[in-house]
Structures are given as structure tokens and as C-alpha cells.
Design a protein around this ligand. Structure first.
Ligand SMILES: Nc1ncnc2c1ncn2[C@@H]1O[C@H](COP(=O)(O)OP(=O)(O)OP(=O)(O)O)[C@@H](O)[C@H]1O
Ligand SMILES: [Mg+2]
Length: 291
């Protein structure tokens, strides 16, 4: 049974696509079979793996439209443990159509569960990248997911936006997806020598308590550079701080979800990124937008 993780945060530019890609690649390096699903009409995840529009015969557009089945839309990547369903929305008309189809929010959950129960696909992890909104497309992923990974910019987090996502997760738990978990809040863009990052990490722990992942992703130029190469950072420089952090994240997620004893990386290499062990103070964060 695969673990289905939706990477989501309605705020833009926090590292959703980067985290979906780099977590997927890190799990694939750990020889876990991973399927990435690009649900963002911008197609950044697909582009981030170097998939060109001309490489895509059928993708998420046809799946949502019902004109192609999931298995025929899966593309192999240069990593044998990593596959992707690309997003092939290359016009405004297609984007409108895709959003219309996403009003049927359980469409992917139904299709994936059917394939999984009939043993027609075999993955350890299925990871969704989602758009920067709480649109129907994001809900399609949240309907199908077992858990949500929420990247958060370390130095500045828009609490009301994260709260809105947490409220949606709560509503889904109370209705259509009772088992939906928070995989974790993932602090990104951490700069160990800045007071803003230190304070951000501390406040995130206070606000979101044990939901904050132990692994922190540093701000690392190698991550941005790898994006230009259309690769995950670990495919360009396995010893870059960004690579080590995403390998640590994969290990943390594997530890949480399996009983396997894994040792993907040398612990001392990521010590600098580890959060001080502060215990939770608050669970609920008041949302200034709510009455
Ligand atoms: N830890 C990091 N260090 C350096 N650059 C990073 C890091 N994480 C992400 N980036 C860069 O920041 C930019 C935004 O990241 P990304 O596209 O993953 O965010 P996003 O949340 O998916 O954005 P959107 O909401 O627009 O989809 C990208 O250029 C990416 O390469
Ligand atoms: Mg993105």
C-alpha cells in the first residue's frame, strides 16, 4: 500500500514543488518506488524533471478529463525508482477545463484506490505537487492523500494562510478523509546565521508544535542551481547541504511510516540543520481572519 502525500501550502513560493521533487528523488535514492503527480497547471514539477511538452502524450489533463487511464500517463524518469504523471496544461482553455473537472474532487482518489486495490500499480510513495491555492485541484490531492506535507518559509510565515489549510484538513478529516494526517510542517529557506531564521524556527515550533518536522531545509544555492539543470539537487551534487537535508527528510518520513531501520546519510552532516529540541507549547493558532 503506497503512502500518498500531498505537498501543499496555499502561499506561493514556499518550496512545494522543490520539496515534492527533492523528497521524491531522495526516497527513490533509498530505493523506494515513487510516483510524482503534478497537479499544478504551471507544470513546474514536470519541467523540474526536464520533461518537455513534446515528451507528453497523455498526462494529468486526460486523466482528469477521463480520456486516459493513470497507467498510460506514467512517464519513467532517469531514476529507475522514480516515475511521474506530468501536468500537460499548456493553454488557458485547458486550464479552465482542468479546473472544471477538478470540481469532482474525489476523481483521483477513486482512480488511485481502484488501481492500488487491484494491484495494478506498485509504489511505496505517491507524492502530489499542488498549486498555490486552496482550489479544487488542491482538494483533489487532499481527498486522495493519506497525509499533507506543508513547506513553510522559515523567516516569514503567513499564519493565517497556513491556518486556512489546517482548517481545510480538519474539515476533510471530519468528512470525506477521516484518516488524513499532517505529515509535517517543513521549514524551508533556513539560514543558520540569521536571527530571523532562528526566530522563525522557534516560533514555528511554538505555534505548530510537534507537527513541525525535525528536518529543516537550508536556503542553499545548489537547490536553485539544480532547478536550472532540471534535476533534483541530489542528482547534481549529493553532498550539497540541500541534498543532505532532503535525504534526512526522506529518512524522517521513512522512520515515521515504516519499521525499517534506515541510514541514508551521515547524521553529523546535517547536525547544523537540526532544530533544538523544543517541546510544543501551543496547538491552535488564532486566525486573524476568523470572527
Ligand atoms: N531551500 C531552498 N534554497 C534555495 N532555493 C530554494 C529553496 N527552496 C526553494 N527554492 C527556490 O525557490 C523558488 C520557489 O520554490 P518552489 O517553486 O519550490 O515553490 P512553490 O511553493 O512550489 O511555488 P509556487 O507556489 O509558485 O508553486 C524556486 O526558484 C526554488 O528553486
Ligand atoms: Mg510549485
Amino acid at each position: 500500500m503506497p503512502r500518498i502525500i500531498a505537498v501543499a501550502n496555499p502561499k506561493g513560493g514556499v518550496g512545494k514543488t522543490t520539496s515534492a521533487l527533492n523528497l521524491g528523488v531522495s526516497l527513490a535514492i533509498a530505493e523506494k518506488k515513487v510516483l510524482l503527480i503534478d497537479l499544478d497547471p504551471n507544470g513546474a514539477l514536470s519541467l523540474g524533471l526536464g520533461i518537455r511538452p513534446e515528451d507528453i502524450k497523455t498526462g494529468i489533463y486526460e486523466i482528469m478529463l477521463g480520456t486516459a487511464e493513470i497507467p498510460e500517463c506514467i512517464l519513467r524518469t532517469e531514476l529507475s525508482f522514480l516515475d511521474i504523471i506530468p501536468c500537460n496544461v499548456f493553454s488557458h482553455d485547458r486550464e479552465i477545463r482542468l479546473n472544471t473537472m477538478a470540481k469532482n474532487r474525489s476523481v483521483l482518489r477513486r482512480k488511485l484506490n481502484d488501481l492500488i486495490s487491484k494491484k495494478k500499480i506498485f509504489y511505496d510513495f505517491i507524492i502530489f505537487d499542488t498549486p498555490p491555492s486552496l482550489s479544487d485541484l488542491t482538494l483533489v490531492a487532499l481527498f486522495a492523500a493519506h497525509s499533507v506535507l506543508i513547506p513553510l518559509q522559515c523567516s516569514y510565515f503567513a499564519i493565517n494562510i497556513v491556518n486556512r489549510l489546517l482548517q481545510v484538513i480538519k474539515q476533510l478529516r471530519e468528512s470525506v478523509n477521516p484518516d488524513l494526517e499532517i505529515e509535517g510542517i517543513l521549514l524551508n529557506f533556513y539560514e543558520k546565521n540569521t536571527r530571523a531564521s532562528h526566530r522563525g524556527a522557534r516560533e514555528a515550533r511554538q505555534l505548530f508544535s510537534e507537527n513541525v518536522m525535525q528536518t529543516i531545509i537550508p536556503k542553499n544555492a545548489a537547490i536553485g542551481y539544480a532547478a536550472f539543470e532540471k534535476k533534483a539537487v541530489a542528482m547534481v551534487d549529493i553532498s550539497a547541504p540541500g541534498s543532505l537535508a532532503y535525504l534526512a527528510l526522506a529518512e524522517e518520513i521513512l522512520r515515521k511510516n515504516t519499521t525499517e531501520n534506515l541510514d541514508l546519510i551521515d547524521e553529523s552532516a546535517v547536525e547544523d540543520n537540526a532544530l533544538p529540541d523544543q517541546r510544543p507549547v501551543l496547538n491552535q493558532v488564532p486566525d486573524p481572519d476568523l470572527p
